[in-house]
Write a protein that binds this ligand. Structure first.
Ligand code: G
Ligand code: G
Ligand code: MN
Ligand code: NA
Length: 251
């Protein structure tokens, strides 16, 4: 594929950038952190959606070097923010099964000076679908290092409660589809969010509601007791300088 060839050269050609989307407190609306979201702009293909190029990068075994670039860049950027603000970085299954993953994370923290507690690593349920990759052990080590760990897109994959018993996630991120449903008072969506919030509380985990776009959605999330909110209502993914600008005059 032509796009795969382009993707192979994208790191060297400096075609990647990161956008940052705020995660806010459901109580106060104050910014708690940002999620780093990868963007690829190529001279031939223009802006390519990560939904398209990340699977391609995984198939082409490029996700490990690309993911390393994301981790190092995000940690460095977060050092410019106030020391209470966290940075969340997505990691795909192929990265977690790479034997050098933890060393790479340690190196990114050391090189940037970012304390482990300001980093959050987001994984999806798909990492548990692979046998024998040792994903659970890697997750335990991430937690032991003091890094936050979140379970992304919860409820959309092959959700199993087994890994919630095994792995002490910091946060469960409730997928946008449930948030939309809850605001429309779809009984099943309401019941599921209530149950996830109650379960997370009992397990000592926090919850983030994803993809809140409207005031109705925000109000419903607050009512249901999710602690954190991420969505266009509070902020779209933005370039680094715009994220930094939010802290102008802040000390
Ligand atoms: O930002 P956007 O909604 O376009 O992202 C689309 C998908 O790409 C999301 O599922 C998101 O988690 C994923 N994604 C964005 N940035 C990264 C990244 O740096 N690494 C990985 N593995 N996935 C990412
Ligand atoms: O899979 P993950 O949750 O990492 O992906 C986050 C994706 O969700 C990003 O691509 C981001 O652009 C998108 N996103 C974030 N907030 C909203 C929102 O309010 N509405 C919609 N439609 N997408 C959102
Ligand atoms: Mn995510
Ligand atoms: Na998500």
């Amino acid at each position: 594929r032509v796009m795969e060839m382009a993707l192979r050269k994208a790191l060297d050609n400096d075609e990647f950038s990161l956008n940052y989307q705020p995660v806010v407190s459901a109580d106060t609306g104050g910014v708690l952190g940002f999620e780093a979201l990868l963007r690829w702009t190529n001279p031939e293909f223009g802006v390519v959606s990560p939904a398209k190029f990340i699977p391609l990068a995984e198939d082409a075994r490029l996700i490990v070097p690309i993911g390393e670039w994301v981790m190092r860049t995000a940690c460095k950027e977060a050092m410019k923010w106030p020391s209470t603000i966290k940075i969340a970085v997505n990691a795909s299954a192929d990265q977690l099964s790479d034997p050098d993953f933890l060393d790479m994370v340690v190196s990114a923290l050391q090189e940037s000076g970012l304390p482990a507690h300001r980093l959050e690593i987001e994984v999806t349920e798909s990492i548990f679908m692979r046998e024998g990759t040792g994903a659970a052990e890697v997750l335990d080590q991430i937690i032991a290092m003091g890094i936050n760990l979140s379970l992304d897109d919860f409820g959309t994959g092959y959700s199993s409660l087994g890994y919630l018993r095994k792995t002490r996630f910091t946060t469960i991120k409730v997928d946008r589809s449930f948030v939309q449903g809850a605001a429309k008072k779809v009984p099943e969506s309401l019941a599921i969010i209530r149950a996830v919030v109650a379960m997370a509380d009992s397990l000592g985990m926090s919850t983030t509601a994803e993809g809140a776009e409207t005031e109705d959605e925000v109000k419903m999330i607050q009512k249901l007791g999710c602690r954190k909110i991420q969505g266009y209502y509070f902020g779209r993914p933005m370039i680094a300088s715009d994220a930094l600008e939010l802290f102008a005059g802040y000390d």
